[in-house]
Ligand binder design. Structure first.
Ligand SMILES: Cc1cc2nc3c(=O)[nH]c(=O)nc-3n(C[C@H](O)[C@H](O)[C@H](O)COP(=O)(O)OP(=O)(O)OC[C@H]3O[C@@H](n4cnc5c(N)ncnc54)[C@H](O)[C@@H]3O)c2cc1C
Length: 459
């Protein structure tokens, strides 16, 4: 491909922004997917780094014309292999597209696809406002967050990425540039193409710029750790909190072995001494008094459901340390993880689902660490390497857990997406007609099937 691509691509983006040396593109060949299930990158690849939508459009027109696959790449923090270039073709990195403009009057930010979550959150905070979305890896880029419809711990109160996106500039695989939506809270003009592109995982269009809704900062926050002796008491508390207290900012579920190990991994210590598992609840209100009163009521509800003595963190430093431990669990377990699942079920089913997963643990004699965004019914179940390096064994465990989720009214992925490791499992969740509609949509957006094509066609 090098001979065919370098000159035309350099003519579009300039000579410094086309990379053909394999050594220099190593960081673009994988994502954070666990190694055993991670797809292999193709051999013949060219990396290109455009700086604006017009350049993206020219690259895509060229690729479509010559039927060359293009793999959009954000921060590479994905957990489903979505950005891995699995066929010979072009890696399209969005890293140079990093403009950001805050519109305080409208509580919106106009931000280019390559801006990282860390930069976005910091800049918005410096402007006195709040962008709540908090998936665990701050290196994710805005384009990737939109393309995967990312969630994270604060989705409980503010929703997932879909709930923030008000406008999108995106380039179709055939090169046309779309400008959808705007700085608007209501927009009922025609079919909602903007929402269709959100969560399309780089298969329908390349996102180049978005308009996101912002919020005022909360006046006060606190983080509670509620220890429990067992998983059932912890998870059956979640619906009770939601019924009796309303919506905290986050309700996360973690277990003792895993958080203590993660704390050690970070050179920290996990503050709770009692209990085997924990709910971490973040309360955010206008005043400290309101936070205190809500936290007291919340602790009472949990103690009626057998929670032990709660811990209360109020300083920013203590709260950040707890959240950092929660956010780093994946990295602490990663070297021994064969796959991380992302099932989502109705919140009242969590307790039942955990019992069924425990049965699998016993029967198969494996350890399945579990943590997740309990308030959203979203559980990350780790299949560890001691379940076997054998991919078939991992696959069998994975399918059993998927079936449990589906039978409980859930889905196989609530956040991480289909990527390239779950395309074969779509039929477990989607009816034939739904698959047919999705394939038709893909053909309309991408008639030459060049944008992020799957080995097995989702699409
Ligand atoms: C420690 C850790 C914790 C995480 N926690 C969470 C969590 O709490 N919630 C959650 O939802 N996710 C979580 N993730 C997963 C990941 O961070 C998200 O999926 C994130 O949105 C991916 O963004 P990215 O920029 O890294 O995308 P990439 O990994 O680069 O790409 C992901 C997909 O988006 C496509 N894509 C990227 N940029 C564009 C673009 N500009 N236009 C079109 N398509 C594009 C790619 O082709 C690919 O299909 C976590 C990951 C890690 C490693």
């Amino acid at each position: 491909l090098e001979r065919l691509l370098v000159n035309p691509l350099e003519a579009i983006v300039g000579s410094g922004y086309v990379v053909t040396d394999r050594e220099k593109m190593q960081n673009y060949l994988a994502d954070e997917t666990a190694k055993i299930v991670r797809p292999k990158p193709a051999n013949d690849l060219v990396l290109v780094k455009p700086s604006n939508a017009r350049e993206v459009s020219e690259i895509l027109q060229f690729a479509s014309k010559h039927r060359i696959p293009v793999f959009p790449r954000g921060g590479g923090t994905g957990l489903a292999g979505g950005s891995i270039p699995t066929q010979d073709g072009i890696i399209l990195s969005m890293e140079r597209m990093n403009g950001l403009e805050i519109d305080t009057a409208n509580l919106m930010v106009v931000v280019e696809a390559g801006v990282t979550l860390e930069t976005l959150s910091n800049k918005v905070s410096q402007a006195g406002l709040f962008f709540p979305l908090h998936p665990g890896d701050q290196n994710a880029q805005v384009g990737g967050l939109v393309a995967t419809n990312a969630g994270g711990s604060r989705a409980l109160r503010y929703g997932v990425m879909r709930n923030y996106v008000k406008g999108i500039e995106a380039v179709l695989p055939t090169g046309e540039i779309l400008n959808l939506g705007g700085k608007l809270h209501k927009n009922n003009v025609g079919y909602d193409l903007l929402q269709l592109i959100i969560g399309s995982e780089g298969t329908l269009a390349v996102i180049t710029k978005v308009i996101l809704r912002l919020y005022a900062k909360s006046g006060a926050t606190a983080t509670l750790i509620l220890p429990y002796e067992n998983r059932h008491d912890a998870l059956s508390s979640v619906p009770k909190i939601l019924q009796q207290i309303g919506l905290p900012l986050a309700i996360e579920y973690v277990e003792k072995d895993v958080v203590e190990r993660t704390a050690r991994h970070l050179g920290e210590h996990w503050p709770a001494k009692s209990g085997n598992c924990y709910l971490i609840v973040i309360v955010a209100e206008e005043s400290r008094e309101q936070v205190l009163s809500q936290s007291t009521r919340l602790a009472e509800v949990c103690q009626q459901n057998r929670a032990l003595e709660p811990l209360y963190a109020e300083s920013k430093r203590d709260q950040d340390r707890i959240l950092a431990i929660r956010s780093s669990i994946y990295f602490a377990l990663k070297s021994e993880t064969a796959d991380i699942l992302d099932i989502t079920v109705p919140t009242a089913e969590l307790d039942n689902v955990i019992s069924l997963i425990e049965e699998i643990q016993k029967e198969a004699n494996v350890i399945l660490p579990i943590f997740g965004h309990a308030g959203d019914g979203n559980l990350h179940v780790h299949i560890m390497r001691d379940a076997g390096e054998d991919i078939n064994r991992v696959e069998i465990l994975r399918d059993r857990i998927y079936r449990i989720a589906i039978e409980a009214g859930g889905v196989i992925t609530g956040e991480h997406g289909v990527g390239k490791i779950r395309t074969g499992k779509l039929g477990m969740c989607l009816a034939g007609k739904e698959m047919e509609l999705m394939k038709s949509i893909k053909r309309i957006f991408d008639p030459n099937n060049v944008l992020n094509p799957r080995t097995k066609i989702l699409v």
